[in-house]
Write a protein that binds this ligand. Structure first.
Ligand code: FAD
Length: 807
């Protein structure tokens, strides 16, 4: 289905010299047995929502174009909220998706019964009705897409398998030159691997990590049920693990059980076609009983089929999409996590745009294939994570929820100290990071909640320690690269839009842009005393940054890129007293005149040679120490000992989030992404207009257009609620004088500012977003259906002149 959709959209984009190869027959992998739910409800991602809305629209109109029905029927969806946590979640989702154009309405249990009389609704809290959602026939849909592609000139060849992707070296990366198939070699310069559950093994042949894993996936179909409406809506009750719809005069009961099972971990049989798996009745019976109890008629109806088939899941429930690291022209679209049908149309459009223009037109940071790391390819890792990840499709997404399988993979060199101090550990791109600390000898415990939890007190204490005293934070998970070679300065200066030069001791905060002036990465580049560049990116951007660096050099240029992420711990001492603490451990002069903000020096700390950067992501005087991993523990202990008289505290990721949010520091992949231009997200100050860099022409054109208009017509603004109690997380809709103008991209709680704080992207509907426009409106934020007054600002609300940072 995915391959057919990309081929269809490539053809529509004008690329008709396209060959769609299918090992057996179209749909013979997973697609043939999908339940066919085409539902949009349930995401607070703009990209996912846009993809689903596009799919739904396409499936409704495709038959008129191709003559082949997709079987789309807009029978409607009812999503049941069985408890108050889910109600809160779905209200937030509904408000967000409504803003993006989805028609969705909250309904009562009685109204749910009227729409779907077979469900027991008396114990449900509420429901959400999406009248435009519906169902398709996945096989017909695939054939319709393939037919549409063929009509425009695409060749679809069945019974031919791709055995390998052929590449040649070009500079530091490879590029696609063809594919080896069971029927011979085919030349091509772009290849898309959309081989479903086989994608991992095909990608591995090219050295790529695509850790999608097939899992058992179930539905049951009952015998005929008297009087059932063939056009009745789809009913979903995630708390009962089930979805329900009419099928052949009976009911289909689909399942997302909380403990699932991986299938065929070592590799997928090459000849598995139109295959089914032996159902595991013993494992599934308790879940099945819970699901069937929601629609009691299913308990008496008799079972016509208990179906089990394989579907691919990834470790984080997001698909593997995009151009592969290190291989130009090798694209991926696999690991659909049970939503391949409802994603296929939109994803096909996104990929076709990406392939034909060289860049995506939606935020791809959440599903970028470059996020995967080598350890995720391990059989044990995939087997363990798959048991849990399938169930998260239907789990409540209450803040604080954690994944428990496949943990402790990457440990910071000071991990034991994080544990000993009662750190609440959570997964940070495979690393274990401490969210907050319960204190030495205390076990950190936290129940997921949408409200204020007991541990907010620890969070506040850590936040205030950094604002008023000093805190120590382990951020060893940050991605770190040493970049050298004769052309390093030339290449980095071209790659980065900021003023990167080989000037000893200088730290440059900069973005990497695409040709269109959109942000691809947000990094710091330092030139160290040794005469090399040191590049730091966030953990989520690790693989993408490595790939950007490798691709940056021309064929004749000499550039070396060494990933030193695990070789160096990163220990941050931050807060107004940080200089006093660090000075007690080093003979180096830390006074501002000798060691100003945004400079880096190699200094001795507690007798160990470390790279010390005077920089902050928290908005205070502070230092980041890059420490040899094998010396990290002794330095960590020495800092805590030296800081004891200053009240130093270990500080976790919750405080990191609240501190940086008060200062409105950006976080790529959370509040800024690849669709943003620096000028619209408040990063124009970081651009060096006096030099050439990738994306400059497009950025300059935008700058001139902004100057003519007065300001950009959409901008990232900082926002703060007036009242201290409501909490912001993400995706809350922002109103200006009663009109929805955008949504909160990321948020936290501002312990110093006194209420929830966020970064929101707002648009003035064609008018310039100026300080006057902000000041002349009244602002509100919708939190789960209630609007709360707010303040907005283009400048950071905390320390707008950065006086504290430069102190
Ligand atoms: C029980 C069940 C119910 C589901 N219900 C829904 C639903 O209601 N809604 C929804 O959105 N999703 C649903 N899904 C998920 C959906 O079916 C999948 O996400 C989707 O079909 C995946 O499509 P695909 O194209 O990625 O994979 P596939 O359909 O497996 O396609 C991959 C194709 O690649 C071919 N291939 C493999 N290797 C090679 C090679 N080397 N060379 C050439 N060809 C190759 C295979 O033969 C196969 O046809 C369900 C899944 C299951 C199992």
């Amino acid at each position: 289905m995915i391959g057919a959709s990309v081929a269809y959209h490539l053809a529509h984009a004008g690329w008709t010299d396209v060959l769609l190869l299918e090992r057996d027959r179209l749909t013979s992998g997973t697609t043939w047995h999908a339940a066919g739910l085409m539902t949009c409800f349930g995401s607070t991602s703009e990209t996912n929502t846009a993809i689903r809305l596009y799919s739904r629209d396409l499936y409704a109109r495709l038959e008129a174009e191709t003559g082949q029905s997709t079987g789309f029927r807009p029978v409607g969806l009812i999503e049941a909220a069985a408890d108050t946590d889910r109600l809160e979640e779905y209200r937030r989702v509904a408000a967000f998706q409504r803003h993006l154009g989805l028609e969705v309405e909250e309904i009562s249990p009685r109204e749910m019964s009227e729409l779907f009389p077979l469900a027991k609704t008396d114990d449900l809290v509420a429901g959400f009705h999406v009248p435009g959602d519906g169902r398709v026939n996945p096989v017909d849909l695939t054939l319709s897409l393939a037919k549409g592609a063929r009509q425009l000139g695409v060749r679809v060849v069945e019974g031919v398998a791709v055995e390998d992707v052929l590449t040649r070296q070009r500079g530091a990366v490879q590029e696609v030159v063809g594919v080896r198939t069971s029927a011979g070699d085919v030349e091509c310069d772009v290849v898309l691997n959309s081989t479903g559950m086989w994608a991992r093994e095909l990608a591995a042949r090219s050295g790529l990590v695509v850790p999608n894993q097939a899992a058992e996936h179930y539905y049951l179909i009952t015998d005929t049920i008297e009087g059932i409406d063939p056009n009745g809506p789809i009913f979903e009750d995630p708390a009962s693990y089930g979805y329900y719809r009419e099928e052949g005069g009976g009911l289909m009961v689909g399942l997302f059980e909380p403990r699932a099972a991986a299938w065929s971990v070592g590799g997928i049989p090459r000849d598995f076609s139109f295959g089914t798996l032996q159902p595991d009745w013993d494992r599934m019976t308790p879940f099945l009983e819970t699901a069937m109890a929601r629609v009691p008629v299913t308990l008496d109806a008799g079972v016509r089929t208990f179906f089990c088939g394989p579907e691919s899941f990834t470790p984080d429930l997001a698909p593997a999409v995009g151009e592969a690291p290190g291989i130009r022209g090798y694209f991926l679209a696999a690991g659909m996590n049970s939503v391949g049908v409802l994603s296929a149309g939109g994803l096909g459009r996104v990929l076709a745009h990406w392939i034909t223009t060289g860049r995506p037109d939606v935020d791809i940071t959440g599903f970028d294939v470059r996020r995967f790391q080598a350890y995720q390819a391990d059989d044990d890792y995939r087997a363990a994570r798959t048991t849990e990840i399938l169930g998260t499709v239907y789990a409540a997404h209450t803040p604080g929820k954690q994944l428990h399988t496949a943990r402790n993979v990457l440990l910071s060199p000071v991990h034991d100290r994080l544990v000993a101090q009662g750190g609440l550990l959570r997964e940070v791109s495979g690393w274990e990071g401490a969210d907050w600390f319960a204190g030495t000898g205390n076990a950190a415990e936290a129940e997921p909640t949408w409200g204020k939890a007991a541990w907010f007190a620890q969070w506040e204490t850590e936040h205030r320690a950094v604002r008023e005293g000093v805190g120590l934070m382990d951020m060893s998970f940050m991605a770190k690269f040493e970049v050298g070679g004769a052309d390093a300065e030339t290449v980095l200066a071209r790659l980065c839009s900021g003023p990167v030069t080989a000037e000893r001791g200088k730290i440059t905060y900069t973005q990497v842009l695409d040709d269109n002036g959109r942000i691809l990465a947000d990094i710091t580049v330092s030139f160290t005393d040794e005469g090399g560049f040191f590049v730091v990116a966030s953990d989520t951007a690790h693989g993408a940054m490595r790939d950007l660096l490798l691709r940056a050099a021309g064929e004749e240029e000499e550039l070396t890129v060494t990933d030193v992420t695990r070789a160096h711990a990163q220990l941050n001492i931050q807060g107004p007293l940080s200089r006093d603490v660090l000075q007690a451990l080093t003979p180096a002069d830390l006074a501002t005149e000798a060691f100003p903000f945004r400079t880096v020096r190699r200094i001795a700390v507690a007798g160990v040679d470390v790279l010390c950067a005077r920089i902050t992501y928290l908005g205070e005087l502070g230092y980041e120490l890059y420490v040899p991993a094998d010396r990290a523990l002794e330095i960590y202990d020495a800092i805590l000992a030296a800081g004891a008289t200053h009240g130093i505290r270990p500080v976790g990721l919750k405080a990191l989030a609240s501190l940086r949010m008060e200062k409105a520091y950006r976080d790529f992949g959370h509040d800024i992404d690849n669709t943003d231009c620096p000028l619209e997200v408040g990063l124009g100050f970081a651009v060096d207009w006096d030099k050439e860099f990738t994306g400059k022409a497009a950025l300059l054109a935008r700058k001139e257009a902004n100057a003519a208009a007065g300001a950009p017509t959409q901008r990232l603004v900082q926002l703060r609620l007036d009242a201290p109690d409501p909490l912001l997380y993400h995706a809350e809709i922002v109103y200006r004088s009663g009109v929805a103008v955008g949504y909160v991209r990321a948020a936290s709680y501002g312990w110093t500012l006194g209420s929830a704080v966020g970064l929101a992207f707002v648009s003035a509907d064609g008018a310039p977003v100026t300080a006057d426009w902000l000041a002349s409106g009244t602002w509100e934020v919708d939190v789960a259906g209630i609007r709360h007054p707010a303040q907005v600002s283009l400048r950071p609300m905390y320390d707008p002149t950065s006086a504290r940072v430069r102190a």
